[in-house]
Every structure is written in structure tokens, then in C-alpha cells.
Design a protein around this ligand. Structure first.
Ligand SMILES: Cc1ncc(COP(=O)(O)O)c(C=O)c1O
Length: 410
């Protein structure tokens, strides 16, 4: 049995422990929601202030060149590429995850003439399903087919233009085998599109080693880019010349500052840019990405697995008989960096935990979700979180009226 001395020893030996001080986390909070909104890096406030007061305030319009605002999509994309096993020219930062998904899904169908199906799984993140439905509605004959994850490979046929999956499932944390699924899609002539929102900075990813075609992901979870941070998109080099963005804005033009009347797609992945980059958000994102690049990723992913395993073990031993059912894979090799438990009263239980400083989140209908971000969560945090969880459940303190009132964001 793991005891508190053990977890303290683990923290003392943790080579990533110093990173915790690089985040401005409030005292007394055990933050287990970095899979939803990453914590604030200490350097972000100063960097954003400098972008506003110096680059914008004094540099004014000149900062597009002098502070290289204009190069931010490619510059930060190149850094994210370093985290994801891609070449710098294969990733740009732009727009939101949803918008990037729209652009790449639409382009994928266009690149597979005669094929009309977007294949995905039921229960995928809602925006993925909704955007796919929207894309299908725009293209004559196109449709979305949803198939249970274990049947996806068998369902890929010559009608499928693109297989669209979230690599690490937002609710359960279950992780697909990226190389195997990518090969299965490509073997049938389809393109494979990965949503990496819960993967980037959370699990090892090597897009090019996996032979990936297309990917998207967000900047505000494990990349710690801040609420509503700009998102990224990846197009493998070999597809860049053939794919066409449906959002033909001027930033995706071959020569935006020629101000010509006719659209001409920009070179490579640049054509998937659309409008003016959100410079302040880009500045915050770059701080988060730079911080992630500083960390030893082998240690990072090993710690992620160890934290999740510890949490599962402690919950199952300390909270046995208290109504929790593991809703995530037990095997760390097929799991992301968050762990979910189902509970009949998940919503008020999570509110009661948050009131006690253990911040996770709730996903309807009954999922308590806990994210373990190795840069700022320690082993003793896991221990303490489970103690609070056991207390909340055993005492039924969650059954107070204030914990039942639903907020807009859960
Ligand atoms: C898998 C996945 N895709 C997409 C999104 C969100 O998309 P957007 O950033 O456009 O809101 C989320 C948000 O949690 C997500 O979990």
C-alpha cells in the first residue's frame, strides 16, 4: 500500500518538480483540470503586458514586422511541431480547434473525389461531430457515419473520404493506436484526421512516424496557452499542395500584401491561415509552448502515467464501496493524461470537491474527470485529492443544496 511517505519520496525524486514554481497556481488548490484549461505560467502576464504596452503601445503598426507578429502562426506552429514529431513547415497556429477542423475536413473530402463519407465514432467531442455534420451538409452527397470505436477499422470502405477521430477521448481518456488506425484508413484510400486536443503535451506523439495525414488541436489545455488560446493544424508535407482550404482568407493567399483581387492559395500549410492572427493570444500561447519545450518529455510522459496510475490505485483502495466506477482504461498504454470515474451524483460530488480545493470537472451524464498535468501536479497532490474525495463521498457532504445548482460551464 502506498502511504504518504511514499508519495513524498516520489515528489522528492521528481525531476520535473521545479516546473511547478513556473506556474502561478493559487495556494491550497490541487488543480486537476489542466486537461480542460491549463494553469497560468508565471511568465505569461509579463509577456502579455509587454505585447500590449511595448509592442502595441509603442511599436504600433510597426510591430507586425519589428516584433514579428506576422510570423507568429508559423513560428509557434514550428515550436508545436517539435512537440508532435512534425516538421516546422507542417504546422501553423490559427483560429480555433473547431474552425481548423472545419477547414481540414472540408479539404479532405475535396481531396478524395467520389468519396463522400466522414467516418467517426459516436460520443466523439461534440464540436467534432457538429462540425462534421456542418461540412457534410455543405457538400452534395456527403454524410457522417458513426461507428463504435472497436468497429471503425472494419467500417472503412471506398466511400470513406476521411476518418476523423479524437486521439485521446475527452471523457474516458481512452487513446487510439495512432499508427495502426492511420494505416487502416490509408489502406482503404481514406485520409486520417486526428484531433489532438487531449494529446498535445499529454502523451507521446510522433505524427510523421505514424504516417499521419492531418491533425488539429487546441492551445489551452496541456500547452497552457490560456482561455480560448489559438489552435493549431497539421498537414503532412505530401498533402500540402493538393489540399484546398474552404476559408480562403487573405492570410492564406500566396501574396497577401500584393492586395490582388483574385485568390491564389499560399504555399504549403500557410494556405490554411485565414485572417489576421490574434496577437495577444499568440503571445500567451508561445509562453506555454516554450515552457513545455523546456521539459524532458520522456520524464513528462512517464510522470503522467505514474500520476494517473497512482490516482486509480488510491481511489480504488480508499474509496471502495462509495459509488465510483472507473470509466477510463486501466492500462496506461492506452490512456491519456486524465482519468474519469462515473458516479450517480457526479455533478454535486465535483462541486463539493472544488469547494474543498480539488479542482476537476464534470462531464454529463455522470463523469468526474481528473487531469494530471506533470508540470504542476505532484504525487502528494494525488494523495491529498483522494483523501478529500473519500471524505466528500463517505460524509455525503456533496448532498448540500449549493452543490446541486448547475453553472453554465461544468
Ligand atoms: C477533443 C476536443 N476537440 C475540440 C475541443 C474544443 O474545440 P474549440 O477549441 O474550438 O472550442 C475540445 C474541448 O474541450 C475537445 O476536447
Amino acid at each position: 500500500m502506498t502511504d504518504v511517505q511514499d508519495v513524498r519520496r516520489m515528489d522528492a525524486q521528481d525531476t520535473l518538480a521545479p516546473f511547478r514554481d513556473r506556474f502561478a497556481l493559487p495556494e491550497g488548490v490541487i488543480y486537476l483540470d489542466g486537461n480542460s484549461l491549463g494553469a497560468l505560467p508565471r511568465a505569461t502576464a509579463a509577456r502579455v503586458a509587454d505585447t500590449v504596452t511595448s509592442e502595441w503601445g509603442r511599436g504600433l503598426i510597426g510591430s507586425w514586422n519589428d516584433a514579428d507578429w506576422i510570423g507568429a502562426p508559423q513560428r509557434i506552429g514550428g515550436k508545436i511541431a517539435g512537440l508532435l514529431g512534425a516538421e516546422p513547415h507542417e504546422i501553423v497556429v490559427a483560429d480555433s480547434t473547431s474552425v481548423n477542423l472545419f477547414k481540414l475536413l472540408h479539404a479532405a473530402i475535396g481531396a478524395r473525389p467520389g468519396r463522400t463519407v466522414i467516418l467517426t465514432e459516436p460520443g466523439n467531442f461534440p464540436t467534432d461531430l457538429y462540425v462534421a455534420q456542418g461540412v457534410a451538409a455543405m457538400i452534395p452527397g456527403a454524410s457522417v457515419r458513426t461507428v463504435a470505436r472497436e468497429d471503425i477499422v472494419a467500417a472503412i470502405d471506398d466511400h470513406v473520404a476521411v476518418v476523423m477521430l479524437t486521439h485521446v477521448h475527452y471523457k474516458t481518456g481512452a487513446m487510439f493506436d495512432m499508427p495502426a488506425m492511420t494505416r487502416a484508413a490509408q489502406a482503404e484510400g481514406a485520409l486520417m484526421l486526428w484531433d489532438l486536443s487531449h494529446s498535445a503535451g499529454a502523451v507521446p506523439i510522433d505524427l510523421n512516424a505514424a504516417g499521419a495525414d492531418l491533425a488539429i488541436g487546441c492551445g489551452y489545455k496541456y500547452l497552457n496557452g490560456g482561455p480560448g488560446a489559438p489552435a493549431f493544424l497539421y498537414v503532412a508535407d505530401r498533402h500540402q499542395a493538393e489540399l484546398r482550404s474552404p476559408l480562403t482568407g487573405w492570410m492564406g493567399h500566396a501574396a497577401p500584401f500584393d492586395f490582388g483581387d483574385d485568390y491564389a492559395a499560399g504555399a504549403g500549410v500557410n494556405r490554411f491561415l485565414c485572417g489576421t492572427p490574434p496577437v495577444i493570444g499568440m503571445a500567451a500561447l508561445e509562453v506555454g509552448v516554450d515552457l513545455m519545450l523546456e521539459a524532458d518529455r520522456t520524464a513528462l510522459f512517464a510522470k503522467s502515467r505514474a500520476l494517473c496510475d497512482l490516482f486509480v490505485d488510491l481511489v480504488e483502495s480508499q474509496c471502495a464501496g462509495l459509488g465510483l466506477t472507473l470509466a477510463s482504461p486501466r492500462d496506461a498504454r492506452v490512456r491519456g493524461s486524465h482519468v474519469s470515474f462515473a458516479h450517480d451524483h457526479g455533478y454535486p460530488v465535483m462541486q463539493a470537491l472544488i469547494a474543498r480545493g480539488v479542482v476537476g470537472d464534470f462531464r454529463a451524464p455522470d463523469i468526474l474527470r481528473f487531469g494530471f498535468t506533470p508540470l504542476y501536479v505532484g504525487y502528494e497532490d494525488v494523495w491529498r485529492a483522494v483523501e478529500v474525495l473519500r471524505d466528500v463521498l463517505a460524509s455525503e457532504s456533496w448532498d448540500a443544496p449549493e452543490f446541486h445548482a448547475r453553472s453554465a460551464v461544468t
